[in-house]
Write a protein that binds this ligand. Sequence first.
Ligand SMILES: *Cc1c(COP(=O)(O)O)cnc(C)c1O
Length: 368
Amino acid sequence: MRCTQEGYGARLRPMQNISSGSGSPSPVRTPAPLGFGRIFSEHMLTLQWSQGRGWHDVQIKPRAALAVDPAASALHYGQSMFEGLKAFRGADGVIRVFRMDAHLQRMHTGAARLAMPAIDLELTRASLLEHVRRDASWVPRERGQSLYIRPLLFATEGFLGVRPANTYTLLVLLSPVGAYYEKGLEALRIWVEQEHVRTTPGGLGAVKTGANYAASLLAAARAKSNGFDQVLWLDAVHRKNLEEVGTMNFFVRIGDEVVTPPLGDTILAGITRDSSLTLMRSWGVRVSERVISIEELIAASRSGALQEAFGTGTAAVIAPVGELGIGDLRLRLPAAPGEIASRLYNTITGIQYGELPDRYNWLTAICP
Ligand SMILES: *Cc1c(COP(=O)(O)O)cnc(C)c1O
């Protein structure tokens, strides 16, 4: 596989100067267990945007606290959004970023909904690759571990008036993360949330923004205190159609049909969802993106047609569901993970670590 030189000083500097704090690579420090989002690499990437100037001032500098105006609109009015993608080190030593362009494109689209400036796809891509390359020693070496890449775009203007801000920062953090499953795919217990909703038609559900996460925290915490791992969100209007599971897209297999709710403004267009749909279609699995109600799910469970249920997302890849709680009702699924969930998990992780062919050009390999 060809690796990309993109982001190397020579290609980037004519566009923007990257200033950097310390240049010397640090030794790999990956204390076990890494967990998720607790440990950060040495550097952070920042880009600034201001009205009239556009994107400028690209810096890769030591990770440190930010100086943010206390009136910054991101803090007061939530004008902020993020992304989450991963880089993997294969047994061959090559570092591969999974579906980078799809993630950057999603950020580009989401920014418009929040009246934020579009990210510069070329510049962001090149600087992000350079950032990962500089902190390459932070990409863990064990199968199952990876480097989580967290871009964040937020409004920095110190102004209390309510309108889109005129200055923004795009920041990227890198965090070595552990294997999500230490002992095989573990099945989740899911609480079907009937009181709170994650988002509404016309709202921000299709954007990866902190506001949606803030709306979800209380229901998730309550579900946890009742012995469940996550919630299944229902639509805000009818309170009956399945939407997402926690912060993952949701799939069920009923008989030989795999169903996932259709994209729209209440569902985040997950890239793992898209990868899963692509793979299942290539295997000849019957997949439908269609509305599915909680009644249909209960009926399928009663008739024995409900074969499997799982969530998809970058962090876990595939999260099989073992049980659903709906009020007093408990639906138990056949042995989780099911056949499709396992096959998707093995195939996607196989591609990510460079063990299976990259048929769909999902990987960007970084030159050592
Ligand atoms: C990030 C996210 C997902 C999963 O998206 P991936 O691109 O697969 O990581 C699903 N739902 C919500 C609400 C999310 O924020």
